[in-house]
Design a protein around this ligand. Structure first.
Ligand SMILES: Nc1ncnc2c1ncn2[C@@H]1O[C@H](COP(=O)(O)OP(=O)(O)O)[C@@H](O)[C@H]1O
Ligand SMILES: O=c1ccn([C@@H]2O[C@H](COP(=O)(O)OP(=O)(O)O)[C@@H](O)[C@H]2O)c(=O)[nH]1
Ligand SMILES: [Mg+2]
Length: 198
């Protein structure tokens, strides 16, 4: 491993380790988790779902867990320092150097907190573009017993996606980092994006 693999990097990950990060973004129910699970099996990435990490934290029955549960139940975004710290903890615990980060960053504040605390430029941002009708249909049939998969919360989650996540997507598009795939695209086409950065 080259000593200057992360030249200029200032952050908590040990220097000298070239870390690859891919953000996977898309509306609620667009298939982020599904595609990430397929990609990790084949390409040795660690899949970190920000939503799953938050749900794990809710189970801990701490004050922070209850706070997170309330935000999620309302379809709102949990304060960035909480989500970023959970991501960082999971990255350090994994020992891996390639991560698919699913469902994050969801707003500009998330992105800024990530840049302040973790500060590793993503290789690219994979956007799963899916119609709202299809996303709604999928969420309502997902049967994972999620407290936020009800019509009322779903509506708010879509609103957050349109108002807060779209600006993040535009940011990465301006930087030339956005790779857009359609929800009904062949999985093999999706794989190409990952293979091309191996
Ligand atoms: N390409 C697909 N075609 C049909 N159903 C899908 C597809 N991808 C995902 N699903 C289903 O849609 C639901 C939402 O997918 P999920 O991966 O949980 O999305 P997200 O993580 O973006 O919310 C799940 O029940 C999943 O099985
Ligand atoms: O970085 C994140 C990721 C998720 N969430 C919260 O967790 C919920 C569920 O996110 P998840 O990614 O699991 O939902 P999905 O898009 O997969 O349906 C969101 O609505 C938010 O309330 C958050 O606050 N910050
Ligand atoms: Mg998901």
């Amino acid at each position: 491993m080259m000593a200057d693999a992360n030249k200029g990097y200032v952050g908590p990950i040990p220097p000298g380790k070239k870390i690859k990060i891919v953000f996977v973004i898309g509306g609620p129910g667009s298939g982020k988790g599904t595609q990430c699970s397929k990609i990790v099996n084949q390409f040795g990435y660690t899949h970190l779902s920000a939503g799953d990490l938050l749900r794990e934290e809710v189970k801990s029955n701490t004050e922070q867990g209850t706070m997170i549960q309330n935000f999620m139940h309302e379809g709102k975004l949990v304060p960035s320092d909480v989500s970023v710290r959970l991501l960082l903890k999971a990255m350090l615990a994994s020992g891996n150097d390639k991560f698919l980060i699913d469902g994050f960053p969801r707003d500009e504040e998330n992105r800024e907190a990530y840049e302040k605390i973790i500060n590793i430029d993503p290789e690219f941002v994979l956007l799963i573009d899916c119609s709202r009708e299809e996303m709604e249909r999928r969420i309502l049939h997902r049967n994972q017993g999620r407290d936020d998969d009800n019509m009322d919360t779903i509506r708010r989650r879509f609103q957050v996606f349109e108002e807060s996540t779209l600006p993040v997507i535009q940011h990465y598009e301006k930087m030339g980092k956005l790779r857009r795939v359609m929800w009904n695209m062949e999985y093999n086409t999706m794989k190409l994006y990952v293979v091309s950065t191996q």
